[in-house]
Design a protein around this ligand. Structure first.
Ligand code: NCD
Length: 309
């Protein structure tokens, strides 16, 4: 192994990780995956306090960070904005400083505004992990997605992965594009023109015009949810039409039996995916969720080496 410590004492975007960092995280993830037992607690985070600050809804990411930190013996607390003094007008930075005064070492931040985790990192001595910021980045999702592909295919270099759907609003797409490139995959995109950001032509990716072409080229389809909570009106004529041109149903999925399908969840069945295919062995949605806990254990453990003693 080329290095035994991460390059940066935080994780704000997928670009913070070089190839060797990802390999280090993957090998630690594999260790936790193979050695986790219900009755054995790891003590990597003993004496470390972790704050979960989720300013936006989350099920998988919040629960898996919480579980990961607890399995490593951290002291964990959740900071629910609905019951906090943010509602009384306290600024974000004052809130974070207040939390820091209680000696918090690591912050897991989810926020609807892009850039908030970096802003917090610049204003604390703690270690910040981005759990999803606006349309910007979701680096732990990209880690667990690529780890899932690594376990399934044995390698990522040269793998063809097409990202399908609402790329404009997707932090998952942005982080995955960056991480897949770091690991040597080829990236494709298939999306309605209205759901692609300005300047996408400059990306080093292949764009497809039909789902059939995308499927033919791909080893993997990474499906995205239509993120309607971030959408202005008028971007799509109808959901039915979107589903017809951009959704994957049994017929399309069966046209290539070896095709692998990922989705970060939550899935809108009947829109981007047909429920009938969810239980196919090469639809890896539940494996992604399972790997998510171990990826976050590995990351927390490796980042805890930067906690000041
Ligand atoms: C994603 C998110 O919140 O960015 N989900 C997740 O974290 N597993 C994707 C989404 O909401 O569509």
């Amino acid at each position: 192994m080329a290095n035994d410590k991460l390059s940066n004492p935080y994780l704000l975007s997928a670009g913070d990780l070089i190839y060797d960092d990802v390999q280090l995280i993957f090998s630690k993830t594999k260790f936790f995956l193979e050695n986790y037992k219900r009755d054995v607690k790891f003590d990597d985070l003993k004496g470390v306090t972790v704050a979960l600050a989720f300013f936006e809804n989350s099920t998988r990411t919040r629960l898996s960070f919480e579980l990961a930190a607890k399995r490593l013996s951290a002291d964990v607390f959740s900071f629910a904005t609905a019951q906090s003094s943010l509602k009384k007008g306290e600024s974000l930075i004052d809130t974070i400083r207040t939390i820091e005064a209680m000696t918090v070492h690591m912050y897991i931040i989810r926020h609807m505004c892009s850039g908030v985790p970096r802003f917090i990192q610049n204003n604390t001595n703690g270690i910040v992990l981005n759990a999803g910021d606006g349309k910007h980045e979701h680096p732990t999702q990209a880690l667990l997605d690529t780890f899932t592909l690594m376990r399934y295919f044995g390698k990522i270099d040269g793998l063809k992965v097409c990202i399908v759907g609402d790329i404009l609003h997707s932090r998952v797409a942005r982080s995955n594009m960056s991480m897949l490139k770091t690991l040597g995959a080829k990236v494709g995109i298939y999306a309605p023109g209205t759901l692609l950001p300005a300047g996408y032509e400059k990306w080093d990716v292949q764009r497809f015009d039909t789902i059939e072409d995308a499927i033919e080229w791909s080893d993997v389809l990474l499906m995205l949810r239509l993120q309607r909570e971030r959408m202005e009106s008028g971007l799509l004529p109808t959901i039915r039409e979107y589903s017809k041109y951009f959704g994957v149903d049994l017929k399309r999925f069966s046209s290539k039996p070896e095709l692998v399908l990922l989705h970060p969840g939550p899935v809108n069945y009947g829109v981007e995916l047909d429920y009938t295919i969810s239980s196919f062995p090469n639809v890896l949605i539940e494996t992604q969720v399972m790997h998510g806990v171990f990826i976050r254990m590995a990351l927390l453990s490796l980042l805890s080496e930067f906690v000041a003693v």
